[in-house]
Design a binder for this molecule. Structure first.
Ligand SMILES: Cc1ncc(COP(=O)(O)O)c(C=O)c1O
Length: 492
């Protein structure tokens, strides 16, 4: 039966259940132990077992790179180089034009790096434009490193709710008259999962002499990306950054894919071993070759190899297939959530009008998001995230928008007060291992919580850290796992 399926789909079905952590069990309030439903993939994805196994195989040969002399060093050097090439191919970035290098801490490190480089190579253009939708990691680096940051607003309330307004982008670029260094935009919102049309937005930015850089943290694992568009180079993405830990390989580095001609205009931001040709007491000569010149010090070699292995698997399945599968799952979750009384979903829910993947954020009216997330975990073993997801301006806009729709408040102070009460959302997020069964578990739980608000409210208190704590149920994490216990077992 399986043999009749196309290869990509066969692989999808094989890989889907093979992620570390899918079978993890915890005991819940009822005293029963059940399998966790992991709906927190936007924060970090579970680890693909294939990538884990590739890394384990690689450890047998692991040595430092930058040498091809002894056998292990040769394997490490060659496979680390392959990892760079593989990621360029995954992003459909022409290797003649782009380089890929790995950074320390996910997307955040790469975004800070790019902001500093672009500021320094184009000092006369001192404005960065971002959208109001951005994660702080694609906002604060530009505020810190650039002279001025403009935030593009969301579409009008009658339009695509929660989407970035591309007309406003164009107007901002016109208004700034050639002073915009770059536009930095997320590919996918980490709050609503709304997908931005990055290639179209790049064309707009390029029309006004601005570069276009993409925060790919939520894009890489969910949507096919084309950085080099041969038919229309105006739509090329100049740089893109993404996080390994959101692409099925925890512990792997962040990756930057960027035009080489931009990076070669100045000395690399970071200096040290590995990026120099020669060093004298009074001077040093930086390597010309990419990516070496951008990777000072010993990189996270196994992490990079693991990440490249994961994206290789994604490509073997096909990113188009994965995006379609996820759209179906999101549609199903949206449809079912919308039918539950008192559930408010943020962002346009018509995915024909507005592409969505990965995340759905919502509230249950009358209940704090912290309480809902705690009850989902403690009673139903459904792991979600709550609060503002490091995207405070966007969350605030979306909540305000909702309040203006549903609450007859005219006094700004009243609005602020209600807003403070509701500040935050619950986010359920999905990845390639998420299934209809996971959605069903979420829906069952949300229905129950929404229909028995008083009961759930009576079960919780709030601690000094403003966390909802169950009055009688206690989860002692050390009974499940502690590093010290794990060591003791391994060395006994
Ligand atoms: C859209 C977006 N950008 C940037 C980041 C920051 O990623 P990292 O923590 O890997 O640096 C995140 C993390 O949640 C994100 O969702």
């Amino acid at each position: 039966m399986n043999g009749a399926l196309p290869k990509g789909r066969q692989l999808f079905q094989k890989i889907r259940g093979d992620f570390i952590g899918l079978n993890t069990q915890y005991r819940v309030v009822s005293g029963e132990t059940s399998t966790r439903v992991y709906l927190d993939s936007t924060a970090t994805t579970l680890m693909m077992k294939v990538a884990h196994d590739v890394m384990e195989d690689f450890y047998k040969h692991y040595a430092n790179t930058h040498s091809v002399l002894h056998f292990g060093a040769k394997i490490s050097t060659k496979e680390y180089a392959w990892a760079h090439r593989r990621i360029l191919a995954f992003m459909k970035a022409d290797p003649e034009v782009y380089t890929c290098f790995f950074t320390g801490s996910g997307t955040t490190a790469g975004m800070n790096r790019l902001a500093r480089v672009l500021r320094d190579i184009r000092p006369d253009k001192n404005v960065a434009v971002v959208s109001i939708m951005e994660h702080h990691s694609n906002d604060l680096p530009h505020r810190k490193h650039m002279k001025e940051v403009d935030h593009i607003p969301l579409n009008s309330r009658d339009g695509k709710l929660g989407c970035v307004c591309l007309e406003s982008l164009e107007k901002t670029l016109q208004k700034k008259e050639g002073r915009v260094n770059y536009v930095a935009m997320t590919g996918v919102s980490n709050v609503t999962g709304i997908v931005n049309p990055i290639n179209e937005a790049a064309e707009v930015a390029h029309r006004y002499g601005a570069l276009f850089i993409v925060d790919g943290a939520q894009l890489a694992a969910h949507v096919p990306v084309t950085m080099s568009v041969p038919d229309n180079p105006e739509q090329n993405i100049d740089a893109l950054v993404f996080s390994g830990h959101k692409t099925y390989v925890p512990g792997s580095p962040g990756a930057v894919i960027v035009r080489k001609d931009l990076m070669e205009q100045i000395e690399p931001e970071e200096v040290g071993g590995g990026m120099v040709e020669d060093v004298f007491v009074d001077r040093y000569v930086v390597k010309e070759a990419f990516p070496d010149r951008e990777e000072a010090g010993t990189p996270n070699i196994p992490g990079a190899v693991g990440l490249a292995a994961a994206v290789d698997v994604l490509d073997r399945i096909s990113m188009e297939l994965l995006r379609d599968e996820e759209t179906q799952l999101i549609n199903s979750a949206l449809d079912q959530l919308m039918k539950i009384e008192d559930v408010v979903i943020y962002g346009e829910t018509d995915t024909e009008l507005c592409d969505r993947v990965a995340s759905i954020s919502f509230n249950i009216t009358g209940l704090d998001h912290g309480l809902v997330a705690a009850a989902l975990n403690d009673y139903f073993n459904v792991a979600v995230r709550n609060d503002c997801f490091c995207a405070h301006p966007y969350v605030k806009e979306m909540i305000m928008d909702d309040l203006l729709d549903y609450v007859e408040l005219v006094d700004m102070e009243d609005i602020e007060q209600v807003y403070q009460l509701k500040r935050g959302m619950v986010r359920a997020s999905f990845a390639l291992y998420s299934t209809e069964e996971d959605v069903a578990a979420l829906i069952l739980a949300v229905k129950d919580i929404a229909s028995r608000k008083d009961y759930y409210q009576s079960q919780y208190g709030v601690d000094s850290g403003e966390n909802y704590v169950h009055k009688s149920f206690c989860f002692d994490h050390t009974q499940m796992f502690s590093v010290e216990d794990s060591i003791s077992v391994l060395v006994s």
